[in-house]
Each structure stands twice: as C-alpha cells, then as structure tokens.
Design a protein around this ligand. Structure first.
Ligand SMILES: [Zn+2]
Length: 334
C-alpha cells in the first residue's frame, strides 16, 4: 500500500541521510496525520477517489519510509472531504485505532453533526478532540469563514464542557493575523470556552511570514493555545514562532499523507502561498544543477532545522517539540 502513497526517490533518501538523519530525534509523535477511506465518501462527491486510501497500516508504512529508523506515534485527525459519511468514517477510525494505546485521534466534525453523536463518540470511541475544517463552513465560503461558522457555538459549548482538544485550520485572508480570528480566540480562551485546548494547525496557518508575525503577540499571551508545524515549508514562520513562543506549546505534525508527499513545497510569494508540485511543471529544468526537488515533508523538516539553528533551540527543546510535548499533554504512556 505504501508505494501508492509515496514516490520515494534516490534524491529523497540522499537528502534524509545528508541533512536529517542526525538531526531528527529518534522518537516522533506526529500530531497531524490523516486517514482516508474513499469507500466512505459518496459517489457524487468531487473528492471521491482523488487520493489513494490511507488506513492506519498505510500511515505507518508511509512514516517508515519518510522517517527511517524512527519510532513514530500519532495523533490521527479525521480527514475532511466533501461527501464523507461522518459517522461511518469516525467508526472506521475508531476500529482502525482501537488497539493502539499510543495513538490519539480527533473526531471529524462538521456543523451538522448532532451534539449527541459527538458526545457519544468522545465518551465511547476514544477521541480526545475534534477535527473541524473550514470546508464545512455553514456559509459555504471556506476562504473567509469565522471559527463559529465551521464550529458552531453549541458544539463549542459541548467541547468546553468536555474539555476537548480542537485542531483548527484557521480561515480568512490572514489566518492567525486576522483581527476577527484573534478576537475570537481571545474571547474563547479567556472568557467563553476556557476548557477547550486549541491546536492551531500549520503554525496557526502561516505559510508566509505575515500571519504569525501579526498574531504572535496576542497568541503567546493566551491560555490553551498550541501549534502544529505541519506542511509549513517557509523558514520565516518558524523563526517567528521559535523566537516568540514557549516551545512547550509546539507540536510536530506532518500533514500526512498526500499534502506533503509530492516533490515541491508550499512556496510563499509575498503574502500569497501556493502548493508547487514540481513534477507538474515541465518548464522547470533546474539547469544549474544535477540536484532535483525533494519531498515536501523534507522541505518542512529542513526549514524547521534551519530555523531551530538560527533560534538556538537545544536538543532538549527539539525532543519536546518532536514528541515529548504531545506525550505529556495527551497523557500518552510512551
Ligand atoms: Zn491536514
């Protein structure tokens, strides 16, 4: 199955051994990995069959390939796809993960899910939190929705009551630099929903330098905020985060599988960013070198590595980020 999930090339392997083998800690707790099951997506959905299935074994195989010689455990997140039959999907996650004592999971949750279903799954199926996504916004506008448009207040109340984690991919033009998002996170964490623990995915959705630069002075002073580092390949957001945040609030995450399995990167151009898959651009000839593009997951790791050197993170802090923070905060006995 793994071979369908990744095209691992000689350049990737060489890059790992040149830059990463010595630097990446022996243990990784991946706080942002998705499992996909196309059979649980309605036939009419444009998202059905676009990417190969990734069950838990597939995720483990993928990680064995991209993180050689490492022990890896996971926070598995529900994978957003339009047309997903939510209850069946969450049942599948539960059944795939039930025998794995080191694995945690966040329930795929949309605004139309009933409070009863959510509560039942939390209490009976081992989910420690929710994975919500802007694609399910009640406004239909995934690019510019507010948090409560994809995680409605009645679900926020329940999450607060149960003290849940929520993995949040911020929407709106400036992600965590957006004033409305910052005001909401301030109100939610300090007043209205003080028991919810937020994981702001992709460095609080900073694929360029600006969102985290604009948001960090607010976010660093809020309780119950954590970040995952998944899929960010620009070094600048890492530098801002590492220089300004408590490293104990930072989790490693990959965004496995397909979001980081291509050759290329999420490239920043001014205040815009774009997934650039180099295989799809025949005009790129790389005529100055015999070197060739590497996997996006390695672009992420090399950005992290270089930022950690610039910001003088020590090995202990790196171990915290790569696995110890998650193990402590999720109560994993690893
Ligand atoms: Zn993701």
């Amino acid at each position: 199955m793994t071979s369908k999930l990744i095209d691992y090339r000689d350049y990737d392997k060489e890059f790992w051994y040149e830059e990463l083998e010595e630097w990446v800690p022996k243990r990784i707790y991946d706080c942002h990995a998705h499992m996909l099951n196309n059979s649980l997506i309605d036939d009419s959905s444009e998202h059905k069959g676009v990417f190969p299935d990734a069950d838990f074994e597939g995720i483990r195989g993928w990680q064995k390939t991209v993180f050689p010689n490492r022990d890896v455990n996971n926070l598995i997140l529900g994978r957003p796809a339009l047309g997903t039959r939510i209850n069946e999907y969450n049942d599948w996650l539960f059944n795939e993960l039930r025998d794995n004592q080191f694995t945690k999971s966040h329930r795929l949750t949309t605004p139309s899910d009933s409070l009863e279903d959510i509560e039942y799954d939390i209490k009976n199926k081992g989910f420690q939190g929710l994975k919500v996504y802007r694609m399910y916004s009640v406004t239909g506008d995934m690019a510019n929705c507010t948090i409560d448009e994809y995680l409605p207040h009645e679900q926020l109340e329940l999450a607060n009551e149960l003290g849940l984690w929520v993995t949040l991919h911020l929407s709106r033009e400036d992600g965590c630099g957006d004033e409305k998002n910052l005001n909401d996170l301030t109100e939610f964490t300090t007043k209205r929903y003080p028991n919810i623990k937020w994981i702001l995915a992709h460095i609080a959705r900073s694929f360029t330098y600006r969102p985290i630069q604009q948001g960090i002075d607010t976010l660093r002073n809020l309780p119950n905020i954590w970040y995952d580092l998944s899929a960010v390949t620009d070094i600048r957001p890492y530098i801002t985060l590492f220089n300004n945040e408590d490293h104990k609030r930072i989790f490693y995450g990959s965004d496995a599988v397909e979001s980081v399995s291509f050759h290329g990167a999420y490239t920043a151009y001014g205040h815009a960013h774009q997934q650039v898959e180099t295989d799809n651009l025949p005009s790129l000839t790389f005529s100055h070198t015999t070197n060739r593009p590497i996997l996006c997951i390695y672009e992420q790791l090399i950005a992290m590595k270089q930022a950690s050197i610039i910001c003088e993170l020590d090995n202990d802090q790196l171990e915290d980020i790569f696995w110890r923070n998650a193990v402590r905060d999720f109560n994993v006995n690893w």
